[in-house]
Design a binder for this molecule. Sequence first.
Ligand SMILES: C[S@@+](CC[C@H](N)C(=O)[O-])C[C@H]1O[C@@H](n2cnc3c(N)ncnc32)[C@H](O)[C@@H]1O
Ligand SMILES: Nc1nc2[nH]cc(C(=O)O)c2c(=O)[nH]1
Ligand code: SF4
Ligand SMILES: [Mg+2]
Length: 224
Amino acid sequence: MTNYKINEFFETIQGEGQYTGTASIFIRLQGCPVGCSWCDTKHTWEVENDLQIPIQQVFAKTVETPQWASLSANEIVEHIKLQGYRSKHVVITGGEPAMYNLIEMCDALHAHGFSTQIETSGTFEIKVPAKTWVTVSPKINMAGGYKVLASSMARANEIKHPIARQSHVEELEELLNTAPVSEGTLIYLQPISQKIPATKLAIETCMEKNWRLSIQVHKYIGIA
Ligand SMILES: C[S@@+](CC[C@H](N)C(=O)[O-])C[C@H]1O[C@@H](n2cnc3c(N)ncnc32)[C@H](O)[C@@H]1O
Ligand SMILES: Nc1nc2[nH]cc(C(=O)O)c2c(=O)[nH]1
Ligand code: SF4
Ligand SMILES: [Mg+2]
C-alpha cells in the first residue's frame, strides 16, 4: 500500500493549462529535488520526518508550511467525502508528485467517479493510469540537476513551459526536437510570476508558433 505525504488538500478552480476554469480538488504532495529558482511552492521541497502532522491540521492550514500528513489512497477518497467537496476533477501536484507511484491514488479516485490530472516536471518516471491527464512542465538546467525524461514528454497530454526570457523558448524548442511529444499534445507557455515582459514574450511566441497561453488565473483573481 502506498502512503502519500500531503502538504495541502483544498478545493478551488484550476488556474493553469487546458483545464483552466474547472472546479478541482487539489492534492499537493510533499518533496521535490528539482530546485527551480522561481518555484512558487518552495515549502514543499524538503520532507522532514519531524514535520508530520494529522490530516485535520493539513485541512486547517491558513498559511503555507512544510508540514505534511500521510494518507493511503482509500483515506484520500474518504477525506474528500468527509470534506463535502463537490468538484469531480482532482489535480495531483506538489512538490513533485511523480516521485510517488500514483496508480493506487488515481485508481481509487477513478473508481469513485473522479477524473484525475497530474502536474509534473517530467524528471521522474510517471506512474499513473492511462486515463489520467498528464501536464508536463519541463525544467531545463535547474539547480537540482534533474533532466526531463523522453518518456515523460511522450506521455504528456499537455506541455506547460514556464518562461521569462527568449532563451527559455529556445530551450523548449531544443527539447521538443530531442524528446518529441505525441500527436495532439497541447503546448502552453506560462509566464513566470505574472511579470509583464514574460507575459508579453509568451503572447508573442504563442501567436508566432500557434502554441497556447497559460496564465496563472488564480493569482490574478486572488484564490488558492
Ligand atoms: C509548483 S509546480 C508543482 C508540480 C511539479 N513539480 C511541476 O513543476 O510541474 C506546479 C506548476 O507551477 C509552475 N510554476 C511554479 N512556479 C511558478 C512561477 N513562479 N511562475 C509560473 N509558473 C510556476 C510549474 O512550472 C508547474 O507547471
Ligand atoms: N488554482 C490553482 N491552479 C493551479 N494549477 C496548478 C497549480 C499548482 O500549484 O500545481 C495550481 C494552484 O496552486 N492553484
Ligand atoms: S519542479 Fe515544480 S515543485 Fe519542484 S522546484 Fe520546480 S516548480 Fe517547484
Ligand atoms: Mg500553484
